[in-house]
Design a binder for this molecule. Structure first.
Ligand SMILES: [Zn+2]
Length: 415
């Protein structure tokens, strides 16, 4: 019986290309920019999504809005839709409604806010990031209701705000306000990263440690360098000392990640003196460290300070190292049920063997994992997000929905 119902769902979803185009076009036209990007927020988009869900008969809708005076409506909307299954255990899917600005309009072939279709491709701001997820979530809900199927697992759809600017008004707010919504035995998929063949499942993220390195020397006229202490030169020496010393001190490798090691990257550099003829007495640069889960942040900070003391002594300056920002690593066990269910479903729909990977970047899945909720990040996407001519495949949207249908309909597989 469940097999027949799954086959019916898969067949129905296979016919939904035109619906993908309709949904993508309407969503893109909403221009859902957050206030950090000079926009009016996500409410218009969430009203559209609500309307579609109501129209197909989804009744359990809940809003978990975050107040935000910077937008005209005074709130950032977060919507939770639930479709009950035979089991109260829930497959949760997450899509973020906000998008990033298009950047230079001249870099686009056509209007970024108006979807352009070319064969299987749709072009427009947001079509990949993250509307492909939103569309596959909506297709699945519509097909379940149209065929009046009660799935094996319950389905939870989360449409969240503010992902592009840190999620404080989005998923972080929801987890804070309604932690009881999400249970450890549920399955969590965030379709917001992946590969063009659908063969990567992101299960872990390195920790982030951003260090601010300040060098204090003695400023003087550049024509009399013997009267000063050049902080720029000492800072540059510290850049090289960090590059050599930190990689040497933390050489651990983990094949799950690419690159497999911790990384230590000198990145931003503050402006120093306004004039060429001034020998700088102060220098500030930053180090972006991405650490494997078993490399303690305190150990890296201590090693950076040890290197700083040696460089400072060589140059007769003072060097301080402070933490600018820190975020712990997060991982879902690579053998957790959601990962195994995804592997099976991806093989059925896309005909590829997906493998778990770790990344150095950060996704909202980390927020879930840190609450003990095993979240996997997966989608079949081109990785054109934030670029001009961002694009998404029509068939991938419905196939992703088929992957989720497989997982939703196969209760026994998760035991
Ligand atoms: Zn995204």
């Amino acid at each position: 019986m469940e097999h027949q119902e799954l086959d019916g769902l898969l067949a129905g979803l296979a016919q939904r290309d035109e619906r993908v185009v309709e949904l993508q076009s309407a969503l893109t036209a909403c221009k859902a920019l957050g206030p950090d990007n000079g926009g009016r927020g996500e409410l218009a988009k969430v009203r559209l999504i609500t309307g579609w869900l109501e129209a197909c008969g989804v009744r359990d809708l809940q809003r978990l809005d975050a107040p935000d005076e910077r937008v005209p409506d005074g709130l950032r909307p977060n919507l939770v839709a639930r479709l009950p299954g035979a089991d109260s255990r829930t497959l949760w899917l997450f899509g973020h409604t906000d998008v990033v600005p298009p950047g230079d309009p001249a870099a686009w072939t056509s209007d970024p806010w108006q979807v352009r279709r070319e064969g299987d491709w749709l072009y427009g701001r947001g079509v990949e990031d993250n509307q492909q997820a939103i569309v596959s979530m909506l297709l699945l809900a519509e097909e379940l209701r149209r065929q009046e199927v009660t799935p094996a697992l319950s389905l939870g759809l989360v449409f969240m705000a503010d992902e592009e600017s840190g999620s404080d008004y989005g998923l972080a707010h929801m987890l804070e306000r309604s932690p009881e919504l999400f249970r450890p035995e549920d399955l969590y998929i965030v379709p917001d990263a992946g590969s063009p063949r659908g063969d990567l499942i992101e299960v872990a993220e390195k920790s982030q440690l951003w260090l601010k390195v300040r060098t204090i020397g003695v400023q003087c006229h550049a024509s009399t360098p013997h009267k000063g202490r050049n902080a720029f030169v000492a800072g540059a020496d510290m850049v090289l000392a960090c590059r050599q010393g930190l990689y040497a001190a933390f050489p651990q490798e983990d094949a799950l990640f690419k690159p497999p090691c911790s990384t230590f990257v000198p990145s931003k550099h503050d402006a120093n003196v306004p004039s060429v003829n001034i020998l700088p007495g102060s220098d500030v640069f930053y180090l972006d460290c991405r650490l494997l889960p078993d490399v303690p942040q305190e150990a890296v900070l201590a090693e950076a300070r040890r290197l700083a003391a040696a460089v400072a002594a060589r140059h007769g300056v003072e060097i301080t190292v402070d933490v600018e920002h820190a975020q712990p690593a997060s991982a879902a066990p690579a053998n957790s049920p959601v990962v195994r269910a995804l592997e099976r479903a991806v093989e059925q729909v896309y005909g590829v063997r997906a493998r778990p990977v770790g990344i150095g970047g950060a996704t909202v899945a980390a927020l879930l994992r840190r609450k003990g909720l095993p979240a996997a990040v997966w989608a079949c996407i081109q990785n054109t997000c934030h670029q001009p001519d961002e694009r998404a495949s029509i068939s991938a949207a419905r196939k992703d929905a088929q992957v989720f249908a497989h997982i939703l309909m196969q209760r026994d597989a998760h035991a």
